[in-house]
Design a binder for this molecule. Structure first.
Ligand SMILES: Nc1nc2c(ncn2[C@@H]2O[C@H](COP(=O)(O)OP(=O)(O)OP(=O)(O)O)[C@@H](O)[C@H]2O)c(=O)[nH]1
Ligand SMILES: [Mg+2]
Ligand SMILES: [Zn+2]
Length: 312
């Protein structure tokens, strides 16, 4: 039996990287799914044990226990979940105030999910070459909010190279998942970070500001990133753009714990099971009123809670 890292999944084929080569594998026919809640039993980032066949393909027998993973709802109303990736060190949310513009609501849903699954997260604002004074002003306000909440915020441009050294320092030696809307420049950014990757980059025309889902499946690219001191082997995971991030599995009482700035004060709420909406003596609401917690982050919190009430 050989061991390897799943770097790509398409349909029923899994590309598995070993020390020496990449093998296309299928899953053993009677492979037992972990419950029926997940649509994909094997995701990029999984480490697997597989057996070689005479025809040069492999058969996966075991998926090793995951250190962590991140999931989203398979479709909007589905109870099933889709594992985006497993065993990741950092989630880089690729956002932009250019086109297609990323809302804080979208960013916060991803951040909450990263918190819930114990995955460190950072926000990369791409396309800053397109920012005018007004966008920089909005950007700086957003940056202050997310920095205060504890998340690294970087300004980058895949086009002119702004911020790439900082990104290198942040991601060197890690397995990094890049996620965000279609068209924000995830693949372009990976190409800029590692010239030679040659990932397909979309066309963004005026009549279609939405991006075009150029990347169609998640794939891990392992690249030696040159940093100031050394070459670190880094695993970059490019993913298809997502329109809405469907979150899973949270209840109203635990959601506040996934906003670090709320987590810091919520032990002062009068009620232990406070959901920070209308309860008297709520420390979170007090912090929002006093401007210690961003009103926008709080609004996004309320929106997520409303969504929870709808689906449960
Ligand atoms: N001006 C500018 N354009 C950029 C930048 N980065 C990417 N783009 C453009 O944005 C468009 C989308 O880039 P992609 O890299 O394909 O975006 P993506 O996030 O991978 O999109 P999907 O694969 O569909 O999820 C392309 O036309 C890029 O040339 C940037 O920093 N500045
Ligand atoms: Mg792409
Ligand atoms: Zn409260």
């Amino acid at each position: 039996m050989k061991e390897g890292l799943v770097i790509r999944t398409t349909g029923s084929w899994y590309r598995v990287l070993t020390d020496t080569t990449a093998i296309d594998c299928r899953l053993r026919g009677n492979y037992r799914l972990r419950g029926n809640k997940q649509t994909n039993p094997v995701a990029v980032g999984d480490r697997v044990l597989f057996e070689m066949q005479d025809d040069g393909t492999g058969v996966i027998h075991e998926v090793e226990d995951r250190r962590n993973y991140i999931v989203r709802r398979a479709t909007k109303l589905s109870k099933q979940t889709h594992v985006i990736a497993a065993n990741i060190d950092l989630l880089c949310i690729v956002a932009t105030l250019g086109l297609p513009r990323t809302s804080t609501g979208f960013i916060d849903r991803l951040l909450v999910t990263a918190e819930a699954y114990h995955i460190p997260a950072a926000i990369l604002f791409n396309k800053v070459d397109l920012y005018d004074d007004e966008l920089w002003e909005i950007h700086n306000e957003m940056k202050a909010v997310y920095t205060a909440a504890g998340y690294p915020v970087l300004e980058v441009s895949a086009l002119d190279g702004t911020g790439l050294d900082e990104v290198n320092r942040l991601i060197g030696g890690k397995t990094v998942l890049f996620s965000g809307h279609s068209g924000v420049g995830k693949s372009a950014l990976l190409n800029a970070l590692s010239p030679g990757l040659g990932l397909k980059v979309g066309q963004l025309s005026d009549w279609s500001l939405k991006g075009r889902h150029t990347t169609t499946f998640a794939e891990i690219h392992h690249v030696p990133l040159s940093t100031l001191n050394s070459k670190l082997l880094t695993y970059l995971i490019d993913t298809p753009g997502i329109k809405e991030f469907g979150m899973v599995d949270f209840n109203a009482q635990e959601l506040g714990h996934f906003f670090p700035e709320m987590r810091a004060v919520l032990h002062d709420c009068h009620f232990a099971n406070c959901t920070h909406r209308h309860e008297p003596g709520c420390a979170v609401k007090a912090a929002v009123e006093e401007g210690r917690i961003s009103a926008e982050r709080y609004r996004n919190y309320l929106n997520i809670i409303d969504g929870i009430d709808e689906t449960n």
